[in-house]
Design a protein around this ligand. Structure first.
Ligand code: ADP
Ligand code: SF4
Length: 690
């Protein structure tokens, strides 16, 4: 298959200073939770992007000095020469497939708490650090500025020795010293580095100059910059100082890599932003510079990409998340395999991994982060090693992924689904407010199933244990999911709430099924991910009087990790949902809900006609249990193994269900639960000892 010729423009080479990118697909820097602690994992993941056709593949931010220490986040490091081999592995891996390797050198100013190194944070002025660490930065003096420029130069020289082709100056996300100097909010200096914009730009200009002097003969020097902080004229903005900075520096860098807002706007969750949402802020840049421009915006549609290039908005299609969900996105477009693109759903589970200091994972791409340590490839899977016939019971995210991966291995697969549609929660939940994009979990897999003649799909087939014994399949895998509990058991209550008038109690399943809810309604959220907030939003949009009660201090508290939390809480407050934080529901009877303060235990009451319990879930495992009880009949039926995957094993995220389904398929004919650690590890190197 070949692509339609109008996409050819996306595959033109583009010059970036002294180097040339083979096409317009550019994996912009993104964190991944692996960084310096898991450098081979990081390198394996980057190499996969290069294999997938990206012309430029960058690292995450790379700390240039111990005073830029953002631990426990695990980012790249070039503190000294000892850090070169780890990064060289990434650069070599990227080069293996003809891509250019970029490294995002960065110094984090007062964003660096320096928790490991115990250096005093420093920045343009003295500020409290951005976390709640009880630490304040000191104002950098002229020696500090000279040192910073020297560190940038040394790190650039090391990056060149490591083999990188693009060596960045990083001035975005409010996270870096160069940007903190640019910003009036952070820079209150009275010297030649503060005051006028010309002065505030001085440090960035000097950082670009020292980097170019050091490595510019053979390496390109891109600048990653925030052109609009979304703070109006008080911050950098695209019709104010953001534009003026680009005008002042116009052709000094070899490439402009553009960001908008803070990290939560840059990696905007799909609940709160569409593909290509940055255009209005970045469109001016190409008019004021002759240098190539890259921008991102969760680009997954080849037509949107084409349009951005054709209309002169961007020269390169920048991507972090789309390249995580599908490392082979460029190759698929090149080969005209648009239907095979595994589109990012904008859930930010990938970001949450970094924010929880763990290796990256992705809802759509179960192989993400597993390239090196488990040897998983997103597009290749080993051929079946037996003639086994596999019955997958349930077609939610776990069952769908399992059936697709088994089908690609060449197994004979039966996929039975009780309802009339495929998808399970990946079909139901996308009908809730803001979650439409999450339906891509289902869509991608349904499209793949169409290409697999060895997978038979049976809809409207709610299987009993007897049905399963009768199928003749050798391997049975349950992917029957879970349902929300009605008894209040979750994190706060580990045993059922005793005083509950069940006639007024609903669950998210009831709301998704369209059951009538009468107000005033209390949504008791002891789950703390998205569901509580989404249910409150839905009920409020129906005009009900809604109060969200949570034992946590924040609504949807875990969503802090996915960068969704502040936006969720704002949305609910704007809609008029009342939020009662730090409180738990302890009783609901006779139109009255009793809430208690999680600190003092002091109780109070609220009038309520209904309560929606968003607490914990129960596994749909009745048929599984029955089949286990009938294990004596398995040999005659030809059954050798019975397993569970996804939510029926343990309710969790959609990402975990997809991973579980994929893992089952990969490990079907290996020994999954041996004593060995099931993946490679990089153990810390021992230091000298005396
Ligand atoms: P997961 O996230 O683990 O994939 P879901 O709840 O999304 O779980 O999906 C489970 C799917 O299993 C649902 O679509 C449900 O209709 C289906 N299912 C549950 N029990 C049976 C059964 N006995 N036979 C066939 N399908 C079933
Ligand atoms: Fe996209 Fe979600 Fe995967 Fe991140 S985890 S790349 S947001 S699908």
């Amino acid at each position: 298959m070949m692509r339609p010729s109008h996409y050819d423009i996306l595959f033109e080479p583009v010059r970036i200073g002294p180097v040339t990118a083979k096409n317009r697909f550019y994996q912009v820097p993104h964190c991944n939770g692996m960084g310096h602690r898991a450098p081979s994992g990081m390198a394996g993941m980057r190499r996969m992007k290069a294999e997938g056709g990206w012309a430029v593949v960058c690292t995450e931010v790379c700390e240039i000095h111990p005073s830029a220490d953002v631990s426990p986040h695990s980012e790249a490091r070039l503190w000294d020469d000892a850090d070169i081999p780890a990064l060289a592995r990434a650069a070599d891996g990227i080069h293996q497939y003809g891509a250019l390797a970029g490294v995002e050198l960065g110094h984090h100013g007062f964003r660096a708490q320096n928790r490991t190194t115990r250096e005093i944070p420093m920045g343009p002025s003295s500020h409290a650090v951005v976390s709640y660490d009880p630490v304040q930065s000191r104002m950098m003096d002229k020696d500090d500025i000279r040192n910073l420029l020297r560190w940038q130069k040394s790190a650039a020289l090391r990056a060149k020795r490591a083999g990188f082709d693009l060596i960045y100056v990083y001035a975005a996300h409010g996270l870096t010293t160069a940007m903190q100097f640019l910003s009036r909010r952070y820079n209150q200096r009275g010297d030649e580095y503060g005051g006028s914009l010309e002065n505030r730009v001085r440090l960035l200009r000097q950082m670009i100059e020292v980097t170019k002097d050091a490595v510019g003969d053979t390496c390109a020097v891109p600048v990653r910059i925030c052109v609009d902080e979304l703070l109006g004229p008080g911050g950098l903005c695209c019709d104010g100082e953001g534009r003026e900075v680009i005008e002042m520096l116009a052709d000094l860098p070899d490439l402009w890599d553009l960001t908008v807002g803070d990290y939560s706007n840059d990696a905007r969750p799909s609940r709160f932003g569409q593909e290509g949402a940055h255009e209005q802020y970045v469109a001016f840049v190409k008019q004021v510079t002759g240098r190539p421009v890259v921008g991102n915006g969760r680009f997954t549609s080849p037509d949107t990409m084409l349009s951005q290039v054709r209309r002169g908005v961007l020269d390169f299609i920048g991507a972090a998340r789309p390249s995580i969900a599908d490392p082979f996105l460029p190759r698929k477009i090149e080969e005209g395999r648009m239907g095979d693109i595994r589109e990012c759903i904008g859930c930010n589970i990938c970001v949450a991994a970094d924010n929880t200091y763990t290796p990256i994972r992705c809802t759509q791409n179960p192989t993400m982060g597993e390239e090196w340590r488990r040897g998983w490839h997103p597009e290749q899977i080993p051929a079946a090693e037996s003639e086994d016939q596999v019955l997958v019971v349930g077609a939610g995210p776990a069952g769908l992924e399992c059936a697709v991966a088994l089908g690609k291995r060449g197994y004979d697969v039966m996929l039975a689904e009780a309802s009339e549609e495929l998808g399970g929660r990946a079909a139901r939940e996308p009908r809730l407010p803001g979650l439409a994009m999450w339906g891509r979990v289902r869509e991608y897999r349904v499209e793949q199933l169409h290409q697999l003649p060895n997978v038979q799909v049976y809809l409207a087939s709610e299987l009993t244990a007897q049905d399963i014994l009768d199928t003749g399949a050798n391997r049975i895998v349950f992917a029957t999911g879970s349902h929300w509990r009605r008894d209040g058991v979750g994190r706060y209550h580990r045993t059922p709430i005793t005083n509950l008038d069940q006639s007024g109690v609903l669950t998210p399943d009831d709301v998704m099924d369209g059951k009538d809810v009468s107000g005033p309604v209390i949504v008791f959220d002891d789950d703390h991910y998205y569901m509580g907030g989404v249910i409150a939003e839905k009920l409020r949009s129906q005009g009900l009087d809604v109060t969200l009660v949570t034992p946590a201090p924040l609504v949807s508290a875990w969503s802090v990790n996915t960068l969704e939390q502040p936006k969720i809480q704002r949305q609910l407050l704007d809609l008029g949902v009342r939020v009662c934080a730090n409180e738990a529901l302890i009783a609901f009877e006779n139109g009255t809900a009793t809430l208690e303060c999680v600190f003092t235990g002091k109780a109070r009451t609220e009038v309520a006609q209904s309560v929606v319990m968003v607490t914990a879930r129960r596994q749909n495992d009745a048929v599984y249990e029955e089949l286990l009880a009938r294990s004596g009949e398995w040999p005659e039926a030809g059954i050798t193994t019975v397993e569970r995957i996804g939510d029926v094993l343990a309710p969790g995220t959609i990402a975990a269900a997809v991973f579980g389904g994929h893992r089952y398929a990969r490990e079907l004919d290996s020994q999954p639960w041996g004593d060995e650690v099931p993946f490679l590890r990089e153990n810390a190197q021992l230091g000298p000892w005396s």
